[in-house]
Design a binder for this molecule. Structure first.
Ligand code: ZN
Length: 433
């Protein structure tokens, strides 16, 4: 006769939590992510098909409310910190362990698209949905974060790193409100920003899923970008002084044309950035000639110079070469050229090598191809790098288009990214760093 096992004993055999479940099979749901991207894109929808959901606008508030509801429905304990960051917490089994933090931002640039930031937030939420469906409880508590005002200057992550200055609160945001007013508008408390500062010991790791915003992954048919670091961005104001004079009576060999000198320098900057070995980029994005009349030789030109790279020493090297070229052009054209630092404090933020390895293994485990790459754009992760180890996962941007209503990432790429995020979180949870 078959021995009956009492049902109670059977229940005892079941794992109390699903730590033993084969989490390596957990996958994000592409359809749900696509539906949610489409739902989120209604908040601040612009006529071109993207969103103009600038931070602290009514659309921002509406988008945040939508996400907050999704978070609450997924069982997260949600709070808004003093900087207006939304933080949704899922308790782990061991309350003494530091949290694993992951997320991105919901605000857009004016006339932006539907994927920048949104994919990271919805991807983070997707991880929670899958864990809920699988009844899987992690050892570490998990926190999904939506940083406030990323596009206006990384406001929320600055505050989390304890670096949002009182002066920054006075700056006007795209919404028309000052950043201080804006933080209050979305439920934060600009008078007590120190409360938003995170203690490094609280955070085991920060992971961010984001669209690439460039065209490398798509062109090379690669699924996942493992981000090496976020580039440092240094800016200068370049002033070229010549001599304004009559365009009809001044012979060509007697001119001190500031715009001709500036044009040569623009070309030299491009050539130096292109011909120096490495992946640095240098750009002149703004230029103005004075007095700005058709019949006057330009006497003064003011333009910007921006250099980005993963290594500060490379930025410095490229800048020195540009300075050398500027001196030569000034001598050749009878002008003077000065380069004044506007912002040379933004240092590169490398990702944590251990997290790069975790992301790499997670992607490989899912059968996805990867490429190690820098992030040429700024992200909240660069601030969090100062208080916690960071890792970033990129998914392809079709056509390399971003900060545009034409921004697009396929549903399967979004789901790939969210699956890699989930698998990375679970690897860190199980093995630590
Ligand atoms: Zn972004």
């Amino acid at each position: 006769m078959r021995k009956e096992i009492p049902i109670v004993s059977l229940l005892l055999l079941l794992p109390v939590c699903c730590h033993g479940a084969d989490w390596k099979n957990f996958r994000a749901d592409a359809k749900r992510m696509e539906e949610r991207v489409s739902e989120l894109s209604k908040f601040g929808a612009n006529p071109e098909g993207g969103v103009s959901r600038v931070a602290f606008s009514d659309a921002d508030v509406a988008g945040r409310k939508y996400i907050r509801t999704l978070m609450e429905n997924a069982g997260l304990k949600v709070r808004i910190d003093a900087a207006g960051n939304i933080i949704g917490r899922r308790e782990g089994r061991d309350p003494n362990l530091p949290v694993i933090l992951f997320g991105s931002h919901l605000d857009s640039v004016p006339h932006g698209g539907n994927y920048d930031g949104d994919v990271g937030v919805l991807g983070a939420l997707e991880c929670i949905e899958i864990l809920n469906e699988q009844h899987y409880v992690t050892s570490h508590s998990l926190e999904v974060v939506v940083f406030s005002d990323e596009e206006g200057g990384l406001t929320g992550s600055h505050a989390a790193a304890g670096e949002l200055s009182p002066a920054a609160l006075q700056l006007k945001s795209h919404s028309g409100k000052t950043i201080g007013e804006g933080i209050r508008f979305i439920g934060g408390d600009p008078d007590h920003l120190e409360a938003a500062k995170r203690n490094p010991s609280e955070i085991l790791a920060y992971l961010e899923l984001h669209i690439e915003q460039g065209g490398i992954l798509e062109a090379e048919k690669i699924n996942i970008g493992v981000v090496e670091g976020i580039v440092g961005i240094n800016e200068w104001e370049v002033t070229v002084l010549g001599f304004p004079n009559h365009s009809g009576t001044t012979p060509m060999n007697q001119r001190k044309d500031a715009l001709v000198a500036a044009a040569r320098l623009v070309e030299a900057i491009n050539q130096i950035a292109k011909n120096t070995p490495g992946r640095q980029v240098a750009t002149v994005g703004k230029i103005a000639a004075e007095p700005g009349a058709p019949n006057v030789i330009p006497g003064k030109v003011v333009m910007t110079l921006e250099i980005r790279d993963l290594e500060k020493s490379k930025i410095d090297l490229v800048f020195e070469k540009i300075k050398g070229a500027a001196n030569k052009i000034a001598a050749d054209t009878g002008t003077t050229i000065s380069l004044a630092a506007l912002d040379v404090t933004a240092v590169p933020a490398p990702t944590d090598p251990r997290l790069r390895k975790v992301i790499q293994e997670a992607a490989t485990g899912l059968g996805l191809t990867t490429k190690l790459m820098p992030s040429g754009a700024g992200h909240d992760a660069q601030d969090i790098a100062r208080i916690a180890p960071i890792g970033m996962i990129f998914v392809p941007s079709i056509g390399g288009i971003s900060h545009s209503p034409k921004e697009f990432t396929t549903a399967s790429d979004m789901a790939n990214g969210a699956s890699v995020l989930l698998q990375s979180v679970l690897r860190v949870d199980e093995k630590g760093l």
